[in-house]
Design a protein around this ligand. Structure first.
Ligand code: GDP
Length: 204
């Protein structure tokens, strides 16, 4: 897809604060500091659109980015960061559940963003189970793959394979990099397909 415009469209901390323009939604979920902001910036070709966090886990808002005035990237708050207070962590689940319930009909795809250099983590597996339980189509994007050698990439692909369950629309996790652009053409193919399918299902 050609990105002709993208803009920050708002942040929501509680229900009702979300922007309400129509169109499909692509959500990004992942651990704090995994590289979601960097991925959004690189996919949209705009440096600094999504804030890359120097203080991971601090922002517990859902961030909305409007693309081509027709669909949204939605950055969910990063999970699994130890310094987030217990109360905040307890609030995470209901916040995301509520969001997804409200946006259910607009959801085109979820990107489950994991770190290509790490073994799959418990919170990632929980997120995956939760996407599966909700019947949400998703792609596992294993980012920071530029930090791995060719051999290590093959190893990472094997280690991360179990994260992509039956609901994954790609047969395997995609190794990507926001730094070099590795794997992003393939990721765009999944995004384009999902957005197209969402538009066919709900024209206008
Ligand atoms: P977020 O908290 O998930 O939004 O993560 P950020 O996008 O803020 O990234 C966290 C850190 O990882 C930053 O220092 C980024 O520069 C770095 N980073 C993110 N993506 C990549 C990548 O693909 N390659 C490399 N080498 N570093 C990355």
């Amino acid at each position: 897809m050609k990105v002709s415009s993208s803009r920050f469209a708002g942040a929501a901390e509680r229900a009702g604060e979300e922007p309400r323009a129509p169109g499909p939604v692509v959500v990004l979920a992942g651990r704090s500091n995994v590289g979601k902001s960097s991925l959004i910036n690189r996919l949209l070709g705009v440096k600094g659109l999504a804030r890359t966090s120097s203080e991971p886990g601090r922002t517990q808002c859902i961030h909305f980015y409007r693309v081509n005035e027709s669909w949204y990237f939605v950055d969910l708050p990063g999970y699994g960061y130890a310094k987030v207070s217990l109360a905040r962590r307890a609030a995470w689940g209901p916040m995301i559940d509520g969001f997804l319930a409200r946006y259910r009909r607009q959801l085109a795809l979820a990107l489950l963003v994991v770190d290509a250099r790490r073994e799959p983590t418990e919170p990632d597996a929980r997120m995956r189970d939760w996407l599966e339980a909700g019947g949400l189509p998703y792609v596992v994007a294993a980012t920071k793959a530029d930090k791995l050698s060719g051999n290590e990439r093959a190893q990472a692909q094997r280690a991360l394979a179990p994260v992509a369950g039956p609901g994954s629309v790609s047969p395997q996790p995609l190794l990507v990099s926001a730094s070099t652009g590795l794997g992003l053409a393939e990721l765009w193919r999944y995004l384009d397909q999902a957005l197209e399918a969402a538009r066919r299902a709900r024209p206008g």
